[in-house]
Design a protein around this ligand. Structure first.
Ligand code: ATP
Length: 315
């Protein structure tokens, strides 16, 4: 077998939430959620180079901490400790996912580090072995061990990949404002009416409706609190959503606790038209596509093959 090369470059994809329901506050202080995650092709690159000891990180983005507060560093330290690997790492992040934008950037970087180190050091933990480490790092981290279209239950960390994977063009609007997820959750606590279960996301998942009709029942229950937290966001989100719908989006919503807004489109032409219109009003918009479970795994296989390593799910 070829020796693994010393430098690994892996993708860390963003996610959007197609609907997010908050059922109540749990005894452990977290919220009980129902959400549908969707991986999208917008991604950071995580560059990993083995070192004798210590974990360092470099990132040119001014809002990303370059120390132990960085979730990628915490992921590396947690995995090295867990597996008893007496090595160090130099991490570099090429940040493209808007920071604190509800797109799960930090969580995805962390999951990417876990999966890459599993392959690099031949630990053979795979998704099952990495899962408990991922959920300790953060509620959004486990989703990124799977990618594609997946139901997120519990804190959003119980992941059920769907058989029906969504394939569409995606337009993401970077509202240019960081929104703190914990602050948004704190705001909803006062007005929360606890309920046992949800209906809309389950109805969506089990619906045999095709096309846009199925999406109209999905809502993001963090939106109101996100607008209270960042009042100037409301106007931007509403304008972006209206503009995307006008350009042909079959679904448009705030992602997570914001501030990013996204639209789903059947074809590249409408998505391109939406991006042009958004940019002409001064908004920052990216066009990409959804990343299905299969695509996600293939992208990982490619990234690791280049370095002479293999993801553990294919072994
Ligand atoms: P979440 O909803 O999970 O909070 P998000 O997409 O809204 O995710 P992130 O981009 O993950 O937000 O950033 C949230 C905060 O985490 C940032 O304000 C930043 O200071 C910190 N952070 C730690 N590690 C990273 C990382 N690798 N990339 C981006 N931000 C990070």
């Amino acid at each position: 077998m070829k020796q693994a090369r010393r430098r690994l470059v892996v993708p860390a994809y963003a996610k959007v939430n197609l609907g997010l329901e908050v059922l109540g506050l749990r005894e452990d202080g977290y919220h009980e959620l129902r959400t549908l995650f969707q991986a999208v092709a917008l991604h950071d690159d995580v560059i990993i180079e083995p070192r004798a000891s210590g974990v360092t990180i470099e990132c040119a983005h001014p809002a990303v901490p370059c120390d132990e507060r960085n979730l990628a560093v915490r992921a590396a330290q947690a995995l090295l400790r867990y597996a008893g690997v007496k090595r160090g790492l130099a991490l570099t992040l090429v940040k493209r996912i808007p920071v604190a934008g509800g797109l799960g950037g930090g969580s995805s970087d962390a999951a990417a580090v876990l999966m890459a180190l599993d392959a690099l050091f031949k630990l053979n933990l795979g998704t099952t072995g990495l899962y408990p480490i991922a959920r300790r790092l953060g509620a959004d981290v486990p989703f990124f061990l799977f990618g594609g279209t997946a139901l997120g239950l519990g804190r959003g960390d119980e992941i059920y990949p769907l058989r029906r994977q969504i394939e569409s063009q995606v337009v993401i609007v970077d509202a240019g404002r960081a929104v703190s997820t914990p602050a948004v959750f704190r705001r909803i606590d006062g007005g929360l009416t606890p309920r046992e279960n949800s209906s809309t996301i389950y109805r969506f998942v089990s619906s045999d409706l095709d096309g846009s009709a199925a999406y109209q029942i999905l809502t993001n229950e963090l939106e109101k609190a996100a607008f209270e937290e960042a009042p100037e966001l409301a106007g931007v989100v509403r304008r972006a959503r209206t503009l995307m719908r006008g350009a042909g989006a079959f679904f448009a919503s705030l992602s997570g606790s914001g501030s990013s807004v996204f639209g789903l489109f059947d074809d590249a032409h409408s998505a391109r038209r939406a991006v042009e219109r958004l940019r002409s009003t001064g908004m920052t918009a990216h066009r990409c596509r959804t990343v299905s479970l299969d695509r996600y795994q293939r992208a990982w296989e490619r990234a690791l093959r280049v370095a002479g390593a293999r993801p553990t799910w294919s072994q």
